[in-house]
Design a protein around this ligand. Structure first.
Ligand code: ZN
Ligand code: ZN
Length: 322
């Protein structure tokens, strides 16, 4: 299987033959999958993942925000995983030549504002997309600040209103659910490791008396001949719990790629140590710690597993064959 790098090379002759495809060097808008090509037989087993929202950006004309959103062209199907914090993903998608019209599905990793804030804007483009979420994603929730005050971190009002107005077809995912053929969302992830927690002071009430277990936290995955590809939202269930659970769901297949938020920004030294050891033992070919992973943990992963780490920022693309 071919993986990251200058993807124009990976894409093969099916892409090179199409004159509407832009090249990589000049600007961010470097490849477009025309609708008829997406239906083509040769596209059936190809997966193209584009980062639409992330905390960092290195390409001209695009912007970053604290949040995450991935566009996944999964064979003929277009899926969005999370929506960022605001409607920024619309501009970035336009800048990258990614269409948000006719999405087959929108999947929410969990209900936090930085993953669900673009929902209203997305539904304007794709009102008929099915929405996959765990029902707890709709809970009110709060984060306790260092001064003791509470900040709402749940789904914003505009997103809730858009769900109601559009009469969105919601698919509730409590267990593993197939989003489109071959692409799965985990549903609830069992918390088995003793060293992983939800990664912050998260509560279901403003007074901070009911801890928020983030039961809605889930990840997306699919299999390839070389192993599993895992996309994380915030990883509140713990990256190790998440990957272990996906391997259980997928017949203990090897892990090829893990990309997304590892949520280690408040992790203890012990947790970090155990997480690095576990990830090393899994021998993934690509690790892309992003978003809420935290600077210290990101540096640690990049220095200890340097040959496997890949950059995930707005505009990054990853290609796979199934
Ligand atoms: Zn997040
Ligand atoms: Zn979160």
């Amino acid at each position: 299987m071919k993986v990251a790098g200058p993807l124009i090379q990976q894409a093969g002759p099916w892409l090179a033959q199409d004159t509407r495809v832009r090249t990589f060097e000049t600007e961010a808008r470097w490849f477009t999958i025309p609708a008829q090509l997406a239906k083509d037989e040769t596209m059936k087993n190809k997966v193209h993942i584009t980062v639409l929202v992330e905390n960092s950006v290195h390409l001209r004309g695009l912007r970053a925000e604290h949040g995450l959103a991935w566009h996944i062209q999964f064979g003929p199907h277009a899926v969005l995983f999370d929506t960022g914090q605001t409607g920024l993903l619309i501009d970035n998608a336009a800048g990258l030549g990614v269409s948000l019209d006719h999405l087959d599905a929108v999947v929410l990793s969990h209900g936090h504002y930085d993953h669900t804030g673009g929902l209203a804007a997305v539904l304007e483009h794709s009102p008929r997309a099915r929405l996959f979420l765990h029902p707890a994603a709709l809970d009110s929730r709060f984060s306790l600040q260092s001064d003791g005050s509470a900040r709402g971190v749940g789904m914003q009002e505009a997103s809730r209103a858009a769900l109601a107005q559009n009469q969105v077809r919601v698919v509730e995912c409590r267990t593993r659910t197939e989003v489109v053929p071959g692409l799965f969302v985990t549903g609830e992830i069992p918390r088995r490791t003793e060293y992983e927690d939800v990664g912050g002071r998260f509560y279901l009430d403003e007074r901070g008396t009911q801890p928020d277990p983030l039961t809605d936290d889930q990840a997306l995955f699919f299999d390839t001949p070389d192993g599993l590809v895992v996309l994380l939202g915030c990883g509140h269930a713990g990256v190790v719990n998440t990957v272990r659970h996906i391997r259980e769901l997928a017949g203990q297949r090897p892990v090829h790629t893990v990309l997304g938020g590892f949520h280690l920004l408040h992790a203890s030294a012990a947790r970090l140590e155990r997480t690095v050891d576990e990830l090393r033992a899994l021998r993934p070919r690509q690790l892309g710690p992003a978003h809420c992973t935290g600077l210290a943990a990101t540096i640690r992963l990049w220095s200890e597993l340097a040959d496997r780490c890949v950059a995930v920022a707005v505009g990054a693309r990853f290609g796979f064959e199934r």
